[in-house]
Design a protein around this ligand. Structure first.
Ligand SMILES: C[S@@+](CC[C@H](N)C(=O)[O-])C[C@H]1O[C@@H](n2cnc3c(N)ncnc32)[C@H](O)[C@@H]1O
Length: 336
């Protein structure tokens, strides 16, 4: 794979891992040590994802990802990327994450633009260490709600506070969103929507729901409940759902971690009340961002096969797919 396909120009090398000084301060070191020692894998996935975005910073432009990720996760992914490049791998570690980030960024902007004025809300369920409120200027008229476990959101706030107290490069990070509210909730419980409303979410306002890297961590019944709650909002207002779905084969990569799957989210979501669903696969025209040109890339090979295939006809390996899905609905299109 050429550097151009990695999101780099031919004459550029992969950026060296230069960790910001702030990661070495006592306060931030201790916070990340607590994450590594005290958090379960589910919560730690927030920092792993941030590390992926940080290593692909030349395309994701996430100014806070390194700070949120912490040294250990950054070094882990950096070593994988180094190995991939040495072995001239067709897929460099983290590329899925980079494409996924850019896909969500572009669809959030499209969704906000598609609403004809009016106040917009953007709700990030399982927000983890997402920094879009600090990163996307398209959010300037939007109220952003980040929903995650209390300890994840508290840690995020504490890390940000530590950065603003110090005199270094992170001090200048300014909020891009109109407002940002963190809502501590477990979305497996039946009170999360109530908590969101108590925090200022208004069901009647146009809303973009962002479910990035979250659905497959939930059980089937929990995930379906969350999707039904969001679908029910289509009756009240213009609603856009952006979510990634694993197919069944993908969840077998770690059956103790991944649970909910759908091979046909484009059939599932209309059955719940969404009127318009568009599904993309990594490598599709709206989901490659110049990072996946090689036709022999695993993603390009996969997406040229019928989606009903569970195993690859060439080598019998499981067809592990990640679907990027945009679904929308509005009162005028919802059949009561
Ligand atoms: C893989 S991370 C993705 C984070 C973020 N969306 C991103 O793309 O960077 C999954 C996040 O979902 C959160 N999460 C998982 N289960 C949850 C639940 N039941 N309620 C609230 N948050 C949950 C985790 O704490 C973690 O922050």
């Amino acid at each position: 794979m050429s550097d151009q396909e990695n999101g780099l120009q031919e004459d550029q090398t992969w950026p060296e891992l230069e960790l910001p000084n702030l990661l070495y301060t006592d306060t931030v070191r201790k916070l990340h040590a607590a994450i590594e020692n005290d958090w379960d894998a589910l919560r730690q996935s927030a920092c792993q994802t941030a590390a992926g975005r940080a290593l692909w910073k030349h395309v994701t432009h996430d100014p806070l990802a390194e700070l949120f990720a912490g040294e250990t996760y950054l070094r882990n992914i950096y070593e994988k990327i180094k190995k991939d490049r040495l072995n001239k791998a067709r897929e460099i570690s983290g590329v899925i994450l980079a494409v996924r980030t850019l896909w969500f960024d572009s669809k959030i902007e499209d969704a906000i633009n598609s609403f004809d004025g009016g106040a917009t809300q953007v709700v990030l369920l399982g927000a983890g260490m997402d920094a879009r409120a600090y990163r996307l200027s398209c959010l300037k008229e939007s109220d952003v709600f980040e929903v995650d476990f209390p300890e994840v959101l508290q840690m995020k706030t504490t890390i940000l506070e530590a950065s603003t107290e110090s005199t270094n490069e992170f001090q200048l990070q300014k909020m891009k969103a109109k407002s940002l509210i963190r809502v501590a909730a477990d979305i497996r419980e039946n009170d999360w929507l109530k908590k969101l409303q108590t925090s200022g979410f208004v069901p009647e306002k146009n809303t973009v729901w962002v479910l990035e890297g979250i659905l497959y961590y939930l059980s089937h019944s929990n995930a379906m409940e969350v999707l039904k709650i969001i679908a029910a909002n289509c009756i009240l207002t213009s609603t856009v759902l952006l979510a990634d779905f694993m197919n069944k084969q993908s969840t077998t990569l770690s059956s103790s971690t991944f649970h909910f799957h759908s091979d046909w989210p484009d059939h599932l979501l209309p059955s719940l009340g969404f009127s318009d669903v568009k599904l993309s696969q990594i490598g599709d025209p709206d989901a490659h961002f110049g990072l996946l040109h090689d036709p022999q890339n695993v993603f390009n090979k996969l997406r040229s096969l019928p989606r009903s295939l569970q195993t690859h006809p060439d080598d019998g390996t499981p067809c592990c797919r990640l679907y990027l899905v945009k679904a929308s609905g509005s009162p005028s299109l919802t059949i009561p």
